[in-house]
Design a protein around this ligand. Structure first.
Ligand SMILES: [Zn+2]
Length: 289
């Protein structure tokens, strides 16, 4: 757990993919070599590998509990074996943080890829029902439209996201727990949804400001901090590449100007950090706690 101003920030891990060759990121070997001094030990491991976490953020702020990006969920078929029919004690891990599913006031998905909205729902007696029965689920309207079956012809097809709307989004709407919001929506006095478009058409981020400190939950605006140093490293799938680059530029600028902490969805420990500038160039300084 760590804090930003008065906010308490906790998380629950679902999956960890370790030992991925750094070459799979698509970064040039010279770039990796030039940044090794700050990449190690967290973002470059055992010399030449990196890892991804699938992690849900649990935030206490302004007397509310906010869940951000509830991972993949159990019992769902998926074309990629590592996500297929998961059976993980995720809710036990979640509640080990001291927050019960009934305590959650808001659920926000930065976007509606399978690994960011799975635990919106769970299977009960053969039906998908909301996991957080007392929460309002804040769905960004633009992102909701992007995945709505009626709009399927307007967007590129993403086979790895098949069935996600039906299992993880529609049941929440049917249960009356969903609020469609704009991507400049204030969740609590200290927490705002803001646009972070590109990775998906309606991808958003969440900005936290408390007692002079600032943090941004950046979802999948990037997957590895080298992508903040060299915006051209694509890794990952994107609806709008130009918007991805613009979002990354904005994150770097805010972090440098205001010491803003960046908290993405998939970083290994310590899961967050700040962009720094020195005579050695830009770097991503891992949060210490
Ligand atoms: Zn993701």
């Amino acid at each position: 757990m760590f804090g930003v101003g008065k906010a308490e920030i906790n998380s629950a891990l679902e999956l960890e993919l370790t030992g991925r060759p750094i070459a799979s990121l698509g970064a040039k070997p010279e770039l990796v070599a030039a940044n090794r001094w700050w990449l190690e030990p967290h973002f470059l491991q055992d010399g030449d590998s990196w890892s991804l976490n699938f992690r849900t953020w649990i935030l206490r702020i302004d007397g509310k509990v906010v869940v951000i990006d509830p991972c993949n969920g159990n019992g769902r078929p998926h074309m990629m074996p590592m996500f297929d029919m998961l059976d993980i004690p995720f809710l036990e891990r979640f509640e080990a943080t001291g927050v019960r599913v009934e305590d959650v006031d808001y659920v926000v998905c930065t976007h509606m890829h399978h690994d960011h909205c799975g635990w919106n729902t769970m299977l009960r007696d053969g039906s998908w029902v909301p996991t957080f029965p007392n929460a309002r689920y804040l769905f960004v309207q633009r992102e909701y439209q992007r995945w709505h079956p009626d709009k399927a012809g307007d967007f590129r097809q993403v086979p790895y996201n098949d069935g996600v709307y039906e299992r993880s989004i529609a049941p929440v709407v049917q249960a009356g727990l969903a609020d469609l919001v704009l991507d400049n929506h204030r969740v609590t006095p200290s927490l705002c949804i803001e646009p972070g478009r590109g990775h998906t058409d309606g991808h958003c981020m969440l900005r936290l400001r408390s007692e002079g400190e600032e943090a941004m939950f950046s979802g999948d605006a990037f997957h590895h901090p080298l992508q903040l140093i060299d915006h051209s490293i694509a890794f990952g799938d994107h609806d709008d590449w130009d918007a991805v680059v613009e979002t990354r530029r904005r994150l770097v600028r805010y972090s440098l100007e205001r010491e803003m902490l960046i908290i993405p969805a998939h970083l290994p420990f310590p899961h967050a950090g700040r962009v720094r500038k020195s005579e050695r160039g830009l770097s991503f300084e891992a949060l210490q706690y």
